[in-house]
Write a protein of this length. Structure first.
Length: 146
């Protein structure tokens, strides 16, 4: 089973049971963001959470095997047309150099890890319109001279 087929099976089961990603994440014991990312094929699950996820959704061992497989992380190099994803690209396009400058000023020459990383997505009630709160937390990795 490919990662694409795995994702399709998971989404079909999720929709048929009318449950949310938070419910699936609770079943695995992992975060909502990481679990969703694994279900969409961009991360993997270890044996225990993969088994728990498949048991929760009533999916077979082929889905479990695909969940445990390490992903090939790639995406199109074109700017996406999905409005939400496009806006995230826009944020990085507009504020990326600012983020880089401020990180370098505060930490030195390096990057924020996407490997030693967590992210939370929350909803903030606001009378002027609800707000999306995205919190990214990555380990700083300094470039080294050799």
């Amino acid at each position: 089973m490919t990662k694409i087929e795995m994702t399709e099976a998971i989404i079909l089961a999720k929709n048929a049971q009318n449950i949310g990603w938070c419910d699936i994440a609770t079943a695995t014991g992992l975060s909502e963001v990481y679990t969703t990312s694994a279900c969409l094929g961009m991360n993997h699950l270890n044996a225990e959470p993969a088994a728990k996820l498949c048991a929760f959704l009533g999916l077979d061992t082929s889905v479990e095997s695909a969940l445990k497989a390490f992903p090939h992380k790639s995406w199109d190099q074109l700017v996406p047309t999905d409005p939400l994803i496009y806006r995230l690209y826009e944020i990085v396009g507009v504020y990326g150099p600012t983020m880089k400058e401020l990180i370098h000023e505060k930490f030195g020459d390096g990057i924020m890890s996407a490997i030693d990383f967590t992210m939370d997505i929350d909803k903030e009630k606001n009378p002027a319109g609800d707000r999306v709160v995205i919190t990214m937390n990555g380990k700083f990795l300094a470039y080294k001279a050799w």
